[in-house]
Write a new protein. Structure first.
Lengths: 328, 188
């Protein structure tokens, strides 16, 4: 058998990809958002229990050190914000172990940007404009008006219950039935995640861009929380943009409180220990930067490969990457 | 057998599910935002042929199934069992039950090689070659001159299968048939 050395994307697709990355840079240049490059390696990593970080051992002046490959460029970019960079964006290689599929690749390109002083609404507007600019006038206009969907409403419409108030036992039963698996011991958010993925997500973004807002407060590690005017329940100041059933972007009104951030890192690592997962070194330099003070504002992380996939109408992210992980 | 975790699931992997051997057709990772990851898996039950769709939590595992596809030549039937012989020169024979033979019963021809699927060394299914040449044993007389277009008629083949053939085909002719669709391809 011959070894398959060929690219997973056609050369024509790679030329189109380069053009679309140019569109992104032009979009931000026009808005005076500075392009930055930060390291993919860090002394701290993401503690999020649902993200598997890769790490390696490097020889540095301090000796043999464990360094983490970033799951997104968030920590380094926030340190730039604390240093007074103003608005910044980055097309950053990011790494999530184990994630391979038609929508996932272990190594991928994250478009991430931060806007000091922007409200979540302002950020939703800019994210939508960016997506339309990359899709081009034809596809961009076809996406129609933006629809804003509240997380609670989506569950009520599709499943007939309120995800915030439903009894855990009932939730586990519904999730188990819908997924055809045992969810008896599953935590609340895992049940909601399953139903979101299997039942709600496939229908999102079918008639245009859908923006989902007001997530449960437990589902946003680095976002501020606010109260739902409906009944005062805590919700996360977070949004997600969907197109054609694909989750494209995730935005936060960024957490700037150092004590809250420290507590969430510790909670994550405690949960990791409980679940038998590797504990991740926390990013002390990020905490120091927050202690110094980071301007409040909003940030967005967008899966660039998925956006390119949609813009070029390809079936998988592998088809828009020179060499997807299985072929690298 | 070894256990396979969801991240090792890929097309063609043979695993045990609910006591039956299955072949994985497709595995798709689903993961909302930064939430819990799940694998949506399509599996073909190798006993019934039905396709199941199941969801697994990332990291769950299934036991591997001792399943092998072997090429074997059809020998004969004794009425109860259908006998096949390995083509690797070992002359080893396997007896196949009617249930495992399934629809392949109508495409049987001696000395033709079939793919026999074994689970724990028992035959659980038989797949015919994609194309097979069979003789017409019964059909209405052929219409002279009608070689171009229009019309078809049923023809019974030596294996017992009934297929639609063009009107110009006569009894005794050998035809090439696509066993996947059960359609006439050409004269052999």
């Amino acid at each position: 058998m011959t070894t398959d050395w060929r690219p997973t994307a056609s050369l024509e697709t790679l030329r189109e990809r380069a053009r679309l990355l140019g569109e992104v840079r032009a979009f931000f240049a026009e808005r005076d958002v500075l392009e930055v490059e930060t390291p993919v390696l860090g002394h701290g990593g993401s503690t999020d229990v649902h993200l598997a970080s890769l790490s390696l051992t490097a020889t540095t002046p301090a000796g043999q050190e464990r360094l983490w490959l970033q799951t997104s460029p968030e920590f380094h970019m926030k340190r730039l914000l604390a240093a007074g960079s103003g608005p910044i964006f980055q097309l950053a290689r990011s790494f999530r172990d184990g994630e391979v599929g038609s929508r996932h690749n272990i190594e991928f390109t994250m478009l991430e940007w931060y806007r000091p002083g922007f409200s979540l609404d302002g950020m939703i507007g800019e994210t939508t404009a960016l997506i339309r600019a990359v899709l081009g006038p034809e596809l961009g206009n076809e996406t129609g008006p933006l629809r804003r969907r509240r997380y609670r409403e989506l569950f009520r419409e599709a499943l007939g219950f309120d995800p915030f108030t439903v009894e855990l036992d009932a939730l586990r039963r519904i999730a188990g039935e819908r997924g055809g698996l045992d969810m008896e011991d599953a935590p609340r958010d895992d049940c909601l995640d399953l139903l979101m993925s299997l039942v709600i997500e496939p229908g999102l973004g079918r008639e245009g861009l859908d923006v989902v807002v007001d997530y449960p407060a437990t589902q946003a590690a680095l976002a501020r929380h606010h109260r739902d005017p409906e009944d005062g329940a805590w919700v996360a100041s977070r949004f997600e943009v969907y197109l054609a059933g694909l989750e494209l972007a995730n935005g936060y009104d960024e957490l700037t409180d150092v004590e809250e951030q420290r507590a969430r890192f510790a909670e994550d690592n405690a949960a990791r220990k409980r679940l038998g997962l590797t504990e991740v070194d926390i990013d002390r330099r990020l905490l120091a930067a927050l202690e110094h003070g980071m301007p409040s504002g909003s940030g967005v992380a967008l899966g660039m490969d998925r956006l390119i996939q949609l813009a070029l109408d390809r079936a998988s992210v592998a088809e828009v990457m020179a060499f997807a992980t299985p072929s690298c | 057998m070894a256990n396979y975790s969801t991240n090792e699931f890929k097309g063609g992997l043979k695993v045990m599910l609910d006591g039956d051997p299955c072949s994985i057709v497709e595995n798709e990772l689903v993961k909302p935002g930064k939430g819990q990851a799940f694998s949506r898996v399509k599996l073909r039950n190798l006993i019934t042929g039905r396709v199941w769709e199941r969801t697994f939590k990332s990291g769950e595992s299934l036991e591997g199934a001792d399943v092998m596809d072997l090429e074997m030549e059809y020998l004969y039937s004794d009425g109860d069992m259908w006998h096949f012989m390995k083509t690797d020169g070992s002359f080893e024979q396997y007896a196949v039950e009617k249930k495992a033979l399934g629809d392949t019963a109508k495409w049987l021809k001696e000395q033709v090689a079939y793919t026999v699927t074994l689970w724990n060394d028992n035959a659980i299914s038989v797949t015919p070659p994609n194309f097979i040449e069979l003789e017409v044993v019964e059909t209405d007389p052929g219409l002279k001159g009608d070689t171009a277009q229009g019309g078809s008629k049923p023809a019974t083949l030596s294996s017992g299968a009934v297929v639609r053939v063009p009107l110009f085909i006569n009894q005794g002719e050998v035809l090439k048939i696509d066993t996947r669709s059960g359609e006439y391809v050409s004269r052999a």
